[in-house]
Design a protein around this ligand. Structure first.
Ligand SMILES: Cc1cc2nc3c(=O)[nH]c(=O)nc-3n(C[C@H](O)[C@H](O)[C@H](O)COP(=O)(O)OP(=O)(O)OC[C@H]3O[C@@H](n4cnc5c(N)ncnc54)[C@H](O)[C@@H]3O)c2cc1C
Length: 443
């Protein structure tokens, strides 16, 4: 599999991975960019960030950008994720943000995250996007008894400081009403979060952006970015684009030395998913989970899962460290064995789909929506949680590109992503983190 820290490019015109999502979607092709073109804004990357930016530029800011995607719309994380629309991004809890930046800033961030969910909802409605939106909320499940008290404190914090409608569910009620898992010791229930079909969402955003006037091109990898006076010159296999402003929306799929504004400022990490055969009604009843409800546990190395509309169980977690190992059966088997630890009732279930994608992790655990020097803009570093935030970040990027100051001075807008110190050793650090995480989760 493509590896951003090893390969020089993420490919050209690559098909979608053989995921459950691509098997249940009809793809839409956009023609490659060609010839010489002068534009006001060029966007690189056709995931939620780039597509939402393109749509909001064209529909709200009066700017019709060109969007260049190396492969297909939603080929990166946006067409491979688990489809959880959650209230947040990065890895800092609200209590940590409160201590880092104070109560008011933490609450402003909370409001921005909630707006991210509203943005997804609004786009789905405005574009009539048929993306199997669920209405059953999100469960954050304590994987051991001590985490049950930790999450109960989190619920109290969220209710007290942010008036969040989150509910704490104790172990017995969880088992009776929500989930019959061997590693489920209580949960937080977030009624306003939801699940959807991520690739259908990306294709919906693409249609909306194109209808609003953005020019979308797939099969158009940007191979080189050069300065041309004050402008940017982008070279693809068949086109030369001269742009006044450049938006980089390549996130976890950004190769080394792609542009100096983002070089060594994020860390691509693999997340992997298996999807089982359709469960029988007896199996579904035995695990007690209803389709549409999305679940994540409290491990340091988290597992996430959901029942799909056709009764299959999607189950995800960390993947390999290097791209060349991503498809090794070891990682599929590891996920299956974690699934069976949580749901021994499913012994004997088989796996029909297995795939992986690169999430972008930032050094200080939160992303940036950045206006860098020379009219370069980027948003990345979502640390594995970006369905709602990328949609919102695209909207915010569009405002910044149009020269509008952020409404609220959130930390995301205040600084560039910090560089990773000793960046060539990022993978060694990840290896260490995985060992620490395994030990912590086992204890
Ligand atoms: C397995 C997995 C499960 C996940 N589950 C969830 C979840 O349930 N909920 C959640 O909130 N988040 C989840 N995420 C994270 C979420 O999917 C991402 O944060 C989000 O999709 C990022 O969107 P993006 O547009 O910024 O980047 P991407 O969707 O990754 O798009 C980047 C695009 O840039 C293109 N590109 C790269 N280089 C070039 C170039 N040189 N020229 C042209 N194009 C280029 C790539 O082809 C790619 O399509 C998950 C991620 C993975 C991998």
């Amino acid at each position: 599999m493509f590896d951003p820290l090893v390969d020089k490019a993420c490919g050209e015109a690559q098909p979608y991975p053989a995921s459950y999502w691509s098997a249940t979607t009809s793809p839409v092709a956009y023609a490659p960019a060609s010839g010489h073109q002068q534009v006001e804004v060029a966007i690189i990357g056709g995931g939620y960030t780039g597509l939402s930016c393109a749509y909001h530029l064209a529909s709200e800011q009066g700017i019709a950008p060109i969007l260049l995607e190396a492969n297909q719309v939603g080929w990166g994380c946006s067409g491979r994720n688990a489809g959880f629309v959650l209230n947040g991004t990065g890895r800092l809890s609200f209590a940590q943000m409160h201590h880092k930046w104070g109560a008011q800033v933490a609450d402003n961030i909370y409001r921005e995250y909630r707006q991210g969910i509203d943005t997804v909802e609004t786009l789905i409605k405005e574009g009539d996007i048929q993306c199997d939106r669920g209405h059953e909320g999100y469960l954050k499940v304590a994987h051991n008894p001590s985490m049950a008290s930790t999450i109960k404190e989190q619920a109290d914090w969220l209710r007290q400081h942010h008036q969040d409608p989150v509910e704490f569910i104790n172990k017995d009620r969880l088992k009776q009403e929500f989930l019959n898992g061997a590693e489920a010791h209580g949960a937080l229930y977030f009624p306003y979060c939801f699940g959807l079909h991520p690739l259908k969402l990306a294709l919906g955003y693409a249609r909306m952006a194109a209808d609003a006037g953005a020019k979308l091109h797939s099969d158009s990898p940007v191979l080189r970015i050069e300065k041309s006076g004050a402008k940017h010159r982008l070279i693809t296999p068949q086109a030369e684009i001269i742009a006044d402003k450049l938006v980089i929306a390549t996130n976890g799929y950004t190769v080394n030395r792609f542009h100096k504004a983002i070089d060594s400022r994020h860390f691509p990490v693999l997340s992997s998913i298996i999807v089982t055969q359709p469960l029988t009604s007896a199996q579904q009843e035995a695990i007690g989970l209803i389709p549409g409800r999305v679940v994540m546990d409290t491990r340091a190395l988290k597992y996430y899962y959901r029942l799909l509309p056709d009764g299959r169980l999607l189950f995800g977690g960390r993947g390999a460290i290097k791209g060349k190992d991503a498809n090794h059966p070891l990682y599929q088997n590891r996920l299956l064995s974690a699934l069976l630890d949580g749901f021994p009732q499913l012994k004997g279930v088989t796996v029909d789909y297995f795939w992986s994608g690169w999430v972008s992790v930032s050094f200080d655990d939160y992303p940036r929506i950045c206006a860098a020097e020379d009219n370069v803009f980027y948003s990345m570093g979502y640390c594995g949680s970006g369905v709602s935030f990328a949609s919102q970040a695209g909207k915010r990027l569009a405002e910044r590109v149009a020269g509008k100051a952020p409404e609220c001075a959130l930390p995301f807008f205040q600084s560039p992503l910090p560089k990773f110190p000793f960046s060539p050793f990022r993978r060694l650090g990840l290896w260490g983190f995985y060992h620490w995480g395994r030990l912590k989760d086992a204890l």
